[in-house]
Design a protein around this ligand. Structure first.
Ligand code: NAD
Length: 249
């Protein structure tokens, strides 16, 4: 792996899949900037990481991802503190949805799109100029198996994740000439805290439909992200890599 000293920015890095991605990069010798939505969750994640390994080089911020000025301020502060700009951007922040079409209103739909699509585009737009300057960079987006398979309710969520795949593939085509690779991972059902809290019989029923007969762990997704980030994947761009135990594949 060639991730030593790379500066990696991970949105939604405070828990679940994002936290495993942050830890994976730190264990590979990268310097990580984790983003969360609230000060308390960012502080909690930083403390947990420092307790695991005092030597981890990690910073935390909670910019409002709907505000360009807050993101720009954060990026400037990172540059000052690390004397380097972002090499690898992992757009992982996301919210899911389960509403029926009969219960939706425009605001609810817009809220899902705002976090899953608009914020991803904004963060990418503000980071890629720094990568272009260096002639090298990587963007990895967290999509979902529902971006290929859809789901039976909460249609804003698959809609947003289809958009993530479209953004990934479009930007891969546009940014390849600047040395920037853009890929996505599409996790299946992943055993984050929310899923782990479900009844064991529900978990077993879900696992029975997965070819590998288990739910994904956050580390399974993080491993795929690490692979796409490193030079072993230097000829891969525009891919949406399924990490779902073969469920959609
Ligand atoms: P989670 O709810 O445990 O964590 C979400 C993260 O996103 C948190 O760090 C949170 O701070 C951040 N976030 C949420 N809303 C935000 C906002 N408005 N502004 C800034 N940050 C915000 O989620 P997770 O299950 O770990 O999911 C992470 C990603 O993986 C998401 O993009 C999700 O769509 C995707 N995903 C998850 C699963 C799964 O089964 N868990 C499956 C497929 C895809």
């Amino acid at each position: 792996m060639s991730l030593k000293n790379k500066v990696v920015l991970v949105s939604g890095g405070t828990r679940g899949i994002g936290y495993a991605i942050v830890k994976g990069f730190l264990d590979s010798g990268a310097r990580v900037v984790l983003l969360g939505s609230r000060k308390e969750s960012v502080d909690r994640a930083l403390t947990k990481l420092k307790n695991e390994n005092e030597a981890y080089e990690v910073l935390g911020y909670y910019p409002d991802l709907s505000k360009e000025n807050e993101i720009v301020e954060m990026l400037e502060d990172v540059k000052k503190k690390l004397a380097a700009s972002v090499d690898i951007l992992v757009n992982n922040a996301g919210i899911s949805d389960a509403k029926s079409i009969y219960e939706y209103d425009d605001t609810h739909f817009a809220d899902v799109m705002q976090v899953n699509v608009d914020a991803m585009f904004r963060l990418t737009r503000l980071c890629v100029p720094m990568m272009k300057e260096k002639g090298k960079g990587v963007v990895i987006n967290t999509s979902s198996m529902v971006s290929l398979y859809a789901q039976t309710s909460g249609s804003a969520y698959p809609t947003s994740k289809f958009a993530v795949n479209g953004m990934t593939k479009s930007l891969a085509r546009e940014l390849g000439k600047d040395g920037i690779r853009v890929n996505a991972v599409a996790p299946g059902i992943t055993a984050t805290d929310m899923v782990k809290a479900l009844d064991q019989t529900i978990i077993e029923r879900m696992a029975a439909n997965i070819p590998l007969r288990r739910l994904g762990e956050s580390e399974d997704i993080a491993n795929a992200v690490l692979f796409l980030a490193c030079d072993a994947a230097s000829y891969i761009t525009g891919a949406v890599l399924s990490v779902d135990g073969g469920f959609v594949g």
